[in-house]
Design a protein around this ligand. Sequence first.
Ligand code: IPM
Ligand code: MG
Length: 368
Amino acid sequence: MANPSLLILPGDGIGPEVMAQVTRIIDWFGEKRDLAFDAEHDLVGGAAYDKHGTPLHDDTMARALEVDAVLLGAVGGPKYDDLDFSVKPERGLLRLRKEMDLFSNLRPAQCFDALADFSSLKKDIVAGLDIMIVRELTSGVYFGEPRGIFEEGNERVGINTQRYTESEIERVARSAFELARRRGNKVCSMEKANVMESGILWREVTQRVRDAEYPDVELSHMYADNGAMQLVRAPKQFDVIVTDNLFGDILSDCAAMLTGSLGMLPSASLGAPNADGRPKALYEPVHGSAPDIAGQGKANPIACILSFAMALRYSFDQGEEAARLEKAVEQALADGARTPDLMGPEGGTPITTEEMGNAILKALDASL
Ligand code: IPM
Ligand code: MG
């Protein structure tokens, strides 16, 4: 049988340097676990714009639709701030999400014991935290029409549209309930049903899906602003959170910081399963391109590495190997491996991106 295929899109800023560590880990699984991948590399974001004048070349888009999974680093940077909106680096990522129809974005926020002291919150509030945010990724205000900047009388008006169909809400709700069944069996749905009709529909449809198909799963509803407050007040009350594209963007950054560093958080963006049962999928760290530290060996590769662990689990049915990689990350942290973003109250000497890769590979070797 052919090896599973990967399209690797390192992108901009720290993307290439964190992805370089992921590539080493992929090679490790090929050599030591007989789990080889056929990986090809291509450009996305500003890097693609520099070469092709577009943040995602059509050929790259076509390959993304063909491979078994896409791994993405990060897109964007100040160099591209003045570009026309239609060719900004972020448009490349949004096109991938939309055309691959990756409607379910899984953003786990887990607090590693070794990092519980690093959170901006008190240790007992975050220690042992393990929540999963399921963000709708292909609709809502990110894509709704009409949108644009228009002339109106003697001034301009900026317009975006929050729009959700029942089937869009149903499918992301299902993916949240399915995940909950494999975890704590609890879903909290967040919207603004107090001020938005799309929120009223969201609440109604998630409840209907739960009652008809997942009566065993506990479902609660929360206004998203209260949700933000609860996330920093008592985050451990949550198991799975399901929410729309924009609220999910904001709430997941908030949840990420609970874990100590944005450099830790992976994500999986999944579509509907193909004929072979494998979903279309893209894996990327939640952090961005961090242009301020790019190219200096300061970036934490863990979020990108844990995104590959998610690929092992959700695309390749290799849950045990995913757990092996996650444990290796935990071990490296327990052994004191710290990139600069992980310099907690105890101080110490930070290591480089590559040294963090070394520490994780060492822990992987020790796991055999
Ligand atoms: C994210 C990012 C993206 C988003 C940007 C880079 C387009 O913030 O994945 O959370 O807003 O979705
Ligand atoms: Mg974001």
